[in-house]
Design a binder for this molecule. Structure first.
Ligand code: FAD
Ligand code: NAD
Length: 475
């Protein structure tokens, strides 16, 4: 039996970070991946193809808008095969960074097969091999959660695993779920030409600041129909179409038809048939239970990424993978900390989220907080680009330390990154004012919010009285 210091199950964002980190620090490392090539959901069915869709969809939308405004004729339907090739090209270009050849070149023993735990130190691979490892890392990711809907098994529906290989844009598309997966794809499909309806049993972007949620709702409603607080109870095949029974909170039902149904109702960690019970690894609510060191209930076994359900983003899987390396290879007892971990919802405009919302901050700090805002209407770059929809909200404690930052606006995920840096490195809100932002940039949204700190200090406190006295004395 081959023996390793570390064996990683799953070659997605979390597993690759753990395996590459471990081998680079000198650990004898194995990685077992069931798919032909590593890369996981993010590369094959998630971040990369969805961002390729989003970009192509935005280009089409901008072209249409520009054609209308400048009086140019634009007609016909887009050739969807171009969109499909863009997705394939993006995956193909990134794949070599994650592929088996590269892993081997780094010194990782890679296995192609489905792995499960045999004991707390042994892994069985369905190729018939068994390997031993001092430490095991489970990074098997997640799959689309399919809600129990009567008749669903008799129709063919789409998920994130199939939507990127469709050949035609459905005339009418229903998207079940308005989370990041559902809403990003709903907007892209609408821009490709689908008539899109989004159904959700709660509301839109409920974790976001109310004013950001409202603005997003207003803008996105121009491109799709929303049916909130509703659920689909029945699905049936109707010749070339799909019939759906939609139930509201009050029990009222409505029948709708579509040409395709995309299910984006959340994720289910991949824990099935993993032999977790054999090794004694605890699972709660379908997720592998880990402590802050990403260690499971078995001291030799760690887990990272979507399979833990902690923070299901690629960058968080990477952050957790690094924590695993520190703890499993060096035994340094490092804890994962999501306090400074942001995320962006890549709708157009983008929605950015970091740390506490105002409500969460008030729950924790009472009235000992300050809220600073800016609006794209007062930032010249947005005005010049005829795009005045954007908001920033930064929440600090009494001393100006950043507790949370939230934004909506074109490319907000990019220009809000300076707030992540500032928060993580202990800078205060006032520091943004002294950072020079080139004029005119979107990033002025941040400095304009921070300028309010000085306005408050200079024009509302003791300072104006003192300067008044000084000026009088000068005369
Ligand atoms: C449509 C969509 C868009 C997304 N966009 C973003 C985004 O823009 N930004 C962002 O941060 N996140 C995004 N995400 C989330 C992101 O994709 C996940 O958080 C990330 O992929 C999780 O990484 P992971 O390593 O945990 O799992 P995965 O990347 O899914 O990797 C798990 C790997 O384990 C393998 N595996 C599973 N079981 C076994 C087994 N028994 N044996 C061997 N191998 C196994 C799988 O084949 C897979 O390769 C998106 C997700 C979706 C669905
Ligand atoms: N931009 C990004 O970073 C990005 C993009 C896509 C996905 N992701 C990650 O992937 C994860 C999963 O995203 P997601 O959108 O699949 O899940 P989600 O859990 O965020 O959203 C699922 C939505 O479906 C709704 N829903 C669930 N069951 C339903 C039902 N039976 N009927 C009607 N509505 C129902 C929920 O109310 C929710 O709004 C996210 O948490 C995120 O971490 C990130």
């Amino acid at each position: 039996m081959k023996k390793y210091d570390i064996a990683v199950i799953g070659g997605g964002a979390g597993g690759l970070t753990a395996a590459i980190g471990a081998v680079q620090f000198g650990a004898k490392t194995a990685l077992i991946e069931k798919d032909p090539e590593p890369g996981g959901d993010c590369l094959h069915y998630g971040c990369v193809p969805s961002k390729a869709y989003i970009k192509a969809a935005k280009e089409l939308r901008d072209a249409k808008k520009a054609a209308e405004e400048f009086g140019l004729g634009l007609s016909g339907a887009p050739d969807f095969s171009v969109v499909k090739s863009r997705v394939q090209d993006a995956i193909a270009e990134i794949q070599p960074h994650d592929d088996r050849k590269r892993l081997r070149s780094l010194g990782i023993d890679e296995y192609h097969g489905t792995a499960s735990l045999k004991t707390k130190n042994e892994i069985s691979i369905d190729t018939g091999e068994t390997i031993y490892a001092k430490r095991i890392v489970i990074a098997t990711g997640s799959s689309p959660m399919i809600p129990p809907i009567a008749g669903l098994e008799d129709i063919s529906y789409l998920t994130n695993e199939t939507i990127f290989s469709i050949d035609r844009v459905p005339l009418k598309l229903v998207v079940l779920g308005s989370g990041p997966v559902g809403i990003e794809l709903a907007q892209a499909m609408s821009r490709f030409g689908s008539d899109v309806t989004v159904i959700d049993h709660s509301g839109l972007m409920e974790k976001e600041e109310p004013e950001i949620r409202e603005l997003a709702h207003h803008l996105l409603s121009e491109e799709m129909t929303f049916m909130f607080n509703r659920k689909v109870t029945k699905a049936q095949k109707k010749a070339e179409k799909i019939g759906l029974t939609v139930e509201g909170d009050s029990g009222t039902t409505q029948e709708i038809e579509c040409n395709a149904l995309l299910i984006a109702a959340g994720r289910k960690p991949n824990v099935k048939e993993m032999g977790l019970e054999k090794a004694g690894v605890d699972v709660k609510d379908g997720k592998i239970v880990v402590n802050k060191k990403m260690q499971t209930s078995v001291s030799t076994i760690f887990a990272c990424g979507d399979v833990t359900g902690e923070y299901p983003f690629t960058h968080a899987a990477g952050q957790e993978g690094k924590t695993v390396v520190a703890n499993a290879v060096f035994g340094v007892k490092q804890s994962v900390d999501y306090t400074h971990t942001p995320y962006t919802i890549y709708t157009d405009p983008e929605v950015f989220h970091l740390g506490l919302t105002e409500k969460e901050a008030r729950d924790e700090y009472g009235d000992n907080i300050h809220v600073y805002r800016s609006d794209a209407r007062h930032v010249d770059r947005f005005t010049a680009e005829r795009n005045k929809t954007g908001l920033v909200k930064i929440i600090t404690d009494k001393k100006g330390a950043i507790l949370g930052a939230h934004a909506i606006g074109t490319l907000a995920g990019d220009w809000m990154q300076e707030v992540v840096f500032a928060k993580q490195h202990g800078h205060k809100i006032k520091d943004f004012s002294s950072v020079i932002h080139p004029y005119p940039s979107h990033g002025e949204m941040v400095s304009k919010a921070a300028d309010q700190y000085w306005q408050k200090r200079l024009f509302e406190g003791k300072v104006p009285k003192l300067t008044e006295t000084y000026i009088k004395w000068l005369r």
